[in-house]
Design a protein around this ligand. Sequence first.
Ligand SMILES: C[S@@+](CC[C@H](N)C(=O)[O-])C[C@H]1O[C@@H](n2cnc3c(N)ncnc32)[C@H](O)[C@@H]1O
Length: 298
Amino acid sequence: MKSPLQSSGFVAQSEIGVGDLKQASDLGEFEFTYISNLMHEVSGVFLDTHKIPMIQVRLAKRIADLKLEGFRAYISYLRAHPEEREYLINSLTTHKTDFFRESEHFDYLKDVLLPKIVSTERSKKLRVWSAACSSGEEVYTLGIVLSEFFQSQPDLAGWDYKILGTDIDTSVVARASEGVYSSDVVHVIRPDLLHKYFQRGTGKNAGFYKVGKDLRDVVKFRTHNLLEDLSDFGDLRFDVTFLRNVLIYFKDETRETVIRRMWESLKPHGHLFVGHSEPLQGIDHQFRNVKASVYSKS
Ligand SMILES: C[S@@+](CC[C@H](N)C(=O)[O-])C[C@H]1O[C@@H](n2cnc3c(N)ncnc32)[C@H](O)[C@@H]1O
């Protein structure tokens, strides 16, 4: 009988270059287990055997570029070059995201939570964290929603609001900081908001949109691993944290650790948003569930 590794360890040949086939073919049980354990240890991401084709496709080019024989040689390379872990994490994390993704969250923020916060928060400061922000779409969406809200009434003019976007993947954080998106990515943004907050590219930049200064001024990006404690944030605590579509990649034990950190990251009465398919059921936590996929620290 074939082991799960043998039966699931093939990738459609149309998905990889012919030159990569040799390298892609030697991902055996030892190599898969090594890569899966290492990813789990450094990022919390759990890769089961269904991810074998993805691992083969995403690492085959790297193995070819490094002129290595195959996955066995790549494991030796990883052992000898700890800095290669960054490439591994960047390659094997999943970055799907969108502007205004799961838009009910932004409606709830604008219609329920922000009015509540401005009526109770004396400091006139609002801090929001997008804790696995991928290439920045979630962060800039928050920037648009907050900017529109605070510009909507003259008495809110003095508010200081900022959004921090973090991710473990250095390459998506760099893309997020750049803030340049193609027209097929920004098409979900309402035309008046797109016009107000983005610059349309011309000439060689035609077909691309760049985030404008007003939005840029309220966001900041940096790398952060959710497995790490919050010491690099100093005293910074958040009113609202978005932790969406990342818990699904973790096992329960890791989820519990990360949710505990989210609790610590929030001010008293702060709110946590998770992805719609990631309710905190089955996880030991102290949050109050205020609405589907929205939790409160009170
Ligand atoms: C599917 S994206 C979600 C993006 C966005 N939050 C959304 O909902 O559209 C998941 C992100 O989680 C990041 N990630 C995975 N493990 C992480 C970890 N340990 N620490 C920080 N980010 C992590 C990945 O790099 C990826 O960009």
